[in-house]
Design a protein around this ligand. Structure first.
Ligand SMILES: Cc1cc2nc3c(=O)[nH]c(=O)nc-3n(C[C@H](O)[C@H](O)[C@H](O)COP(=O)(O)OP(=O)(O)OC[C@H]3O[C@@H](n4cnc5c(N)ncnc54)[C@H](O)[C@@H]3O)c2cc1C
Length: 223
């Protein structure tokens, strides 16, 4: 037992890299014997707070990495954004079922914001050929787009903010992921993996129930 409500490991923060004004990659040491599948999350604890965060590193990597949005007035994301390198966190897991299911069906990943995290881990682990529909307001929110577009068979960035002129981004869709799916997704028997805000997941699920009633849907909501 290492703290209130959480059993497991203690790890030190080893790195922090800001990707835009509110989102960063946090690196931590990897406890001996700690295993996980790409797509799984852990519980991180610091002080009196505990929250879930999805691993973005490959299961083969020597360190653990997370993609974290600093939420306004957020108790744990705010602490993780500011703690010094070397600070120690409690960590338990890994848990969760948004993991790759081998199948003959085409896989379609749909994510918004930091909900891209499980798909970053899957791509890092060598999973490839999927369709990825990645939503953000602005290009700086299309986290890991270069790595993901290399692994994807088809990569569709969807930007819901004001269109940016001269954007060097191929095939960008101006609108939400739901708008892209409604207008452009060819109906079929897919395996969908949805991750991000609960409102996006609810909207996409309702849409898919109508457009692709025989599809399977796996999902994880962050808020
Ligand atoms: C399975 C799972 C995996 C997750 N993986 C990740 C991940 O990889 N990366 C990541 O950044 N987060 C992830 N989350 C969300 C994370 O667990 C926290 O909820 C988030 O960091 C906010 O915690 P906090 O302590 O900073 O905010 P709190 O102190 O709990 O909340 C402060 C205020 O912010 C609001 N709020 C909470 N979360 C959000 C949000 N995401 N956006 C806007 N407002 C919010 C609250 O309603 C509250 O008003 C995951 C959640 C789940 C359930």
């Amino acid at each position: 037992m290492i703290g209130a409500g959480i059993t497991g490991h203690t790890v030190a923060i080893t790195a922090r890299e800001w990707l835009n004004g509110e989102t960063f990659v946090l690196g931590c040491g990897r406890p001996v014997g700690f295993g996980f599948q790409p797509g799984q999350y852990v519980t991180i604890g610091y002080g009196g707070e505990e929250r879930e965060y999805t691993l973005i590193s490959s299961p083969a990597a020597p360190e653990l990495r997370f993609l974290i949005k600093r939420v306004e007035d957020g108790r744990l994301s705010g602490a993780l954004a500011g703690l010094a390198l070397g600070a120690r966190l409690r960590l338990s897991g890994a848990k969760g079922y948004l993991t790759w299911q081998t199948t003959d069906r085409p896989a379609v990943f749909v994510a918004n914001g930091v909900g891209i995290a499980p798909f970053v881990a899957m791509a890092a682990a060598g999973i490839a050929g999927f369709t990825l529909i990645q939503g953000a307001r602005t290009p700086s929110g299309l986290f890991f787009r270069h790595e993901l577009s290399r692994a994807a068979g088809r990569y569709v960035p969807c930007l819901s903010g004001t269109p940016v002129r001269h954007l060097a981004l191929a095939d960008v869709h101006h609108g939400r992921v739901t708008d892209y799916i409604e207008r452009h997704l060819v109906p079929g028997v897919y395996d969908f993996y949805l991750c991000g805000s609960r409102s996006m997941i609810t909207d996409v699920t309702l849409l898919l129930d109508r457009l692709c009633p025989d599809a399977r849907i796996y999902s994880e909501a962050y808020t």
